[in-house]
Every structure is written in C-alpha cells, then in structure tokens.
Design a protein around this ligand. Structure first.
Ligand code: FE
Length: 389
C-alpha cells in the first residue's frame, strides 16, 4: 500500500490571499505570524480585513521565533484553547507555519504531551476543532503542503521533525505578491533548498508515479527561474513560489535523502542556513548516490538539456550545472569557503556523521550510507574533492 496526500485546496497567483473569502461560514480565525515583516508589508492587515469582511472573528499570535521551541508551541496551543478558533491561519516563513501545525495538535488534543507525538505517524485525528490554512512568505520549505513540522527542544538541543499526514494543511495560499519581500540571499538559500527537495524526492526510495512528475516540473521551473528571481525579477519570483510548492508535494510523499540528513546536523553545528547547507552538499551527495541512481540522475540531466552521451556523463553534467547555479547565487562550493574552521570541522565530523545516519531522511536515501560514508562525503564537501567511492 502506498499513500499520496496533499492539501484539499490550493489558491495561487497574484493577490491569491483574497481567496480567504472562501472561509465564509467559519466563525473564528486565529492568525499566526513570525517577526514583523508580514505586518510591515501590510499582509497581516490584509488577511485580517478579508476575514472580518467575511464575517469571522479574528485573534492573533504574533512574534513566533525562527526555529520555534516546544514552549512556543505549548503556549500557542493554550491561546488557541482560550479563543476557540475553527480556522488556524499561519502566514510567514517555514518556522511560523511549522509552529502553527504543532500548536494545532495540542489545541485539538490537550491531553497529549510533546513526547507522545515525536515519532512519525503518531499524531491522532485532527480537524475536530479547526482546519489549517498556510500562507508561505518564503519559497523553499513548502511546509504549506507537507506532512512535516520541525520543532526544537532547546533543553536537549534537538530538532524534532514531526511527521504525519494529519498535519498536512487543508488549504495552501501561494500569493505571488508575498515572496517579493524576500532578500536576494534568502531567495538563493530557499530556492536551492527547493531544488534539493525535488532532486532528493526524484531518487528517494519512496518515490512514485505521483511524486516523479511533480519533482521533474519543479526542477525545470527552478532551473528556469532561480537566478532571475535572485536578481529581483518579479515574474520569476512568482514562478519560484509555485515551483517550490511542487517540490514540496513531491517530497512530502516521496521523502528525502542524506543531503537533508547532513544539512540538519551541520546547520545546527556550524550555524549555516539550511538552504545553504543543501547547496554545498547536493553535488557531493549526487556523486555518492550515483552508484544506485545513475539512470535517474541522467534522466534529469537529459530533461534539462545538459550535455552527455552516457549516463555517467549526463550525471556529471547535472552535478556541474548545480555548481554553476550555486556560483550564480554567490554560494561558495565548500564548507571551508563557507567559513567552517578546520579545527572545528575535524573535531565534529565524526559526531555529525553518527547523528546524520540516525536522521529520518537517511532511511529514504536511495543508497545505504554508513557513518563512515557520511564522514567521507563531509571531507569531500569540506575540501571540494569529488566523491569517487
Ligand atoms: Fe529542506
């Protein structure tokens, strides 16, 4: 048995937040936001005005921090219980939407504690009290369509990727006006994160006939638009917003691989943004995975019109094209050039590799990877040496 789950409704394009009017008939909406950018650019007001005009009572949870904590989640759930919304609307980056998904669980099930839902597929039935609407402001995580939420337990210094199709949002709104507020650096990092989602999903062990076309279309659109979007092209920015969502639909169901396993651990250790970690690692992981996924990578290279006659040549072209994208986006190709000190690297590589193997994304990587393999990949990514084993 295999399963493929997506939100029930997607509204997309310029001004798509107006579609919140479709919530007519609901009574109370709680609006979640992060830092101040959605407020500053007027989107928070827009959302609340549309809801009020539609006849809903509105309340807010503002200031959700990046990498939201278990405490933030529990506090938010309590506010929800006090207000009693039948719609939860999260507008912002991945952190805001992820926090909202987790709050939703404890709003509906106050009897649970965080330990009860840490393992994949342990979230009980939701939607007894509220539905969930996600409005992303960045173009990368695609949490608006995925079954995941990353919450940090700061007391134990652990990030928990909650995973359950119950927390796949009901409605995703991709308004192309909203990602125009991103800085170029954020465009670069989130865009390559989306590319990594699509490429990892395309070779992941859980890939299917449903996820493949989404991953392929996402990859084509990202290659066509990422650099222009980085350079401020309004249309391209809107296209990237759609492309990252397609990638999200693919990886929410096909899952990911060791680029993400490693990125999760080096991001925390070296304080490099998530998308930037993926940008550095992806070429090396493709070389490693080419032992099992050569023909899939070659298919992608062919689709992109990259040069090569054999599958090996085509896969090499794919790697080279990602390195070129990184360079256009001003992302340095190695961990060393991204400022990781050699001493810190050698003293942490074993720990990172050991932990990365245990990351849930390792299970769906097409090629089995041992801690030693991951150490060797990290060595290559540190010094910029090709992966040949
Ligand atoms: Fe990611």
């Amino acid at each position: 048995m295999a399963r493929f789950t997506l939100p029930r409704d997607l509204y997309f394009g310029k001004g798509a937040i107006k579609e919140l009017r479709n919530l007519e008939g609901h009574k109370k909406a709680i609006i979640l936001s992060g830092g101040s950018s959605m407020e500053r650019f007027g989107f928070l007001d827009k959302v609340s005005n549309i809801l009020k005009e539609t006849g809903l009572e509105v309340s807010f949870i503002k200031g959700i921090e990046p990498d939201p904590s278990v405490e933030t989640v529990m506090k938010g759930a309590e506010s929800m219980r006090e207000f009693g919304p039948d719609v939860i609307i999260a507008i912002g980056g991945g952190s805001t939407i992820d926090a909202g998904k987790a709050m939703w669980i404890f709003y509906e099930h106050p009897e649970l504690n965080f330990d009860d839902i840490k393992d994949p597929f342990t979230v009980p039935k939701l939607r007894e009290k509220a539905i969930f609407v996600a409005i992303p402001s960045t173009s990368g995580t695609a949490t608006e369509v995925t079954a995941f939420s990353v919450i940090t337990d700061y007391s134990q210094k652990i990030k928990y990727p909650l995973a359950d199709f119950e927390i796949t949002p009901d409605i995703a709104i991709l308004d192309s006006d909203i990602p125009q507020t991103m800085t170029p650096k954020l465009v670069a990092h989130t865009g390559i994160d989306a590319l990594t989602h699509a490429i990892e999903a395309y070779v992941a062990s859980n890939k299917s006939k449903f996820s493949d076309p989404l991953a392929k279309e996402a990859i084509l659109m990202i290659y066509d638009n990422i650099v222009a979007s980085y350079n401020g092209d309004v249309e391209a920015r809107g296209e990237m917003h759609i492309a990252q969502c397609l990638a999200g639909m693919a990886f929410s169901n096909a899952l990911l691989g060791i680029t993400h396993s490693l990125a999760h651990k080096i991001g925390a250790q070296y304080h490099i943004p998530h998308g930037c970690c993926n940008a550095i690692l992806l070429p090396y992981v493709i070389q490693f995975n080419s032992k099992t996924s050569l023909s899939d990578y070659a298919k992608l290279a062919k689709m992109l019109g990259l040069p090569g006659n054999t599958e090996k040549q085509l896969t090499n072209s794919l790697v080279k094209s990602i390195e070129e994208l990184n360079s256009h986006l001003n992302i340095a190709p190695t961990l060393k050039e991204n400022g990781v000190e050699e001493e810190l690297f050698t003293s942490t590589i074993e720990y990172i590799a050991k932990n990365a193997v245990l990351d849930p994304c390792t299970t769906s990587n097409p090629r089995e990877a041992s801690p030693k393999d991951l150490e060797k990949i990290l060595e290559c990514a540190y010094h910029g040496k090709p992966v040949t084993f």
